[in-house]
Each structure stands twice: as C-alpha cells, then as structure tokens.
Design a protein around this ligand. Structure first.
Ligand code: ZN
Length: 265
C-alpha cells in the first residue's frame, strides 16, 4: 500500500468517527421529536405512534392510474370509472396519505412555517408511495416540481414542491430539474373554488422552460407536488410536459383530497 493510500484510509476513518461523535452529540443536544406534534421520539424525522395512527396512509387497493384508494379490493388493475370517463394527461399518480388533519398539519409546517427539514421525511414517504414507478421504469427519469409563480416565490422564499422533489431526487440519485416548468401567471389560490373554477384558474398557466425543449423528449418525468385537490394543477402541468414529448409522466404528491364519491369501483 502506498503512503498516499494509507493516509486517505486513515482520513476517512477519522471522518467517520467524527461524524459519529457529532451525531451522538446532536442527538443529546437536540433529541428527536415527532414531526407533527413535537413529542419526544426515538427516531428523528418521523412521527410519534399517535400521529402515525392518525394519518390516513394510502395503500392498496387503489386505482392503478389515479392512485385513488378503493373501499374494498376488487382485484388488481381495475381502473376507476372516474379515470375511464376522463383519462388524465399523466400515466400514473400516487399519494402518501389522504389530506386529513395530520397530513394538513405537516404540509402547513413545510409550506408556511419554514419547517423545510420536513421535506426529507415527507420525500422519503413519497419515494415509498411511488415504489412501483421506480422499480419498473427503464430509461432516464427526471424529477420535476410543480412551480410557484415568481411573485409568490419571493413572498414565501421557497417552493415546498421543489424541496420535496429535491429530497426525492437525492434519495433516488435522479436528475432534478426545478425550473423545467414555468408558471406563466400567478393563479388565484385554489382553496374555495369549484372544480370548474379551479380548471379555468390553471388553464394555460404552465409552460415548459424553453431551455429544456430539446432535452425532455423521450425522458420519463416524476412530477411532484405537496397536495392534489381536484388535480387541475397537476393536469395542467402534465399537459405541458406531454406537449414536449415526455415519454411517461408519473405523479407523486404527499397528500390528496379524495371525495367519498371518487372512491368507487
Ligand atoms: Zn406526534
């Protein structure tokens, strides 16, 4: 072994030991707490038992296209009537949880209260929700967030969807294109609008960043947002990607609003 190799081996051992010592010290000084209620827990970046149970985690059975959960298992690959009646521009969508009180609290902390650290654990759950995309896709895969309008980005300082997309891209070692889509006008907040108003609100609101025009063709996209309500925003983004010849479009959102009428087979 050369002296140079021995030195670098020793250096990496020292670095590992220092990192371990720092983690122990950090755990002592800042003991891990529940990401939602703040109660002390054993493992960092997770939920306490109570909050875990309160989340409505979405698991099978669900529509293989939209990911909307079914009330009972009718067999694999049964596409929901809603998707058959109005096929989305994306190929498949998945979500971590239903948008109930606990999921809403996590999203609000990430979005409005500077809890940007939550993006790592929320992104981790989103990777698991999209496990079937990641296992079955071949060819290049790029992670793209739903964009915020410039004006709103100045007010909020960060785009929560971009934080989640970055966490997912880092974890999966994928390309991350935060500015691939552009919000060309500031849309009204979707809260309180009817389905038709939401659709009109985001119609034509998104376009592809011209820089990516020649890079996107043939690539599969994982489109990321924090919450899907009616799906109008996701649909508008998926159409913009589709027009640029994206090969496949997979959507992963953290939480999803699901009306009871949607959960029919
Ligand atoms: Zn908790």
């Amino acid at each position: 072994m050369t002296a140079e190799k021995a030195d670098s081996g020793l250096l990496s051992i020292i670095q590992r030991r220092l990192r371990g010592a720092f983690s122990l010290m950090a755990a002592f000084l800042w003991p891990p707490v529940c990401a939602n209620c703040g109660r002390a827990i054993c493992d960092s970046n997770h939920l306490c038992g109570g909050c875990w149970q309160e989340m409505h985690w979405v698991d099978r059975p669900f529509c293989p296209v939209s990911g909307v959960p079914y009330p009972y298992d009718a067999g694999q690959d049964i596409v929901s009537p809603a998707v058959l009646a109005d096929p989305p521009a994306y190929d498949k969508a998945r979500c971590v949880a239903l948008y109930d009180a606990t999921a809403r609290a996590l999203v609000h902390k990430l979005k409005y209260y500077d809890r940007t650290d939550l993006a790592v654990s929320m992104g981790d759950w989103m990777v698991r929700a999209g496990a079937d995309f990641f296992a079955n896709i071949s060819g290049p895969l790029v992670v793209v967030p739903v964009p915020l309008h410039r004006r709103r980005l100045i007010g909020r300082r960060y785009n929560q969807a971009a934080l989640l997309a970055k966490a997912i891209a880092d974890q999966k070692g994928l390309a991350y294109w935060p500015d691939c889509l552009v919000r060309r006008r500031a849309t009204r907040q979707q809260v309180g609008l009817s389905d038709q108003e939401r659709e009109a609100n985001v119609r034509g609101a998104f376009r592809l960043n011209e820089t990516y025009r020649h890079n996107i063709s043939g690539k599969s996209i994982v489109l990321i947002d924090d919450v899907m309500t009616t799906g109008a925003t996701i649909e508008a983004c998926a159409r913009a990607l589709r027009r640029a010849w994206a090969a496949q479009i997979f959507v992963i959102v953290f939480a999803r609003v699901v009306e009871s009428g949607q959960m029919t087979i």
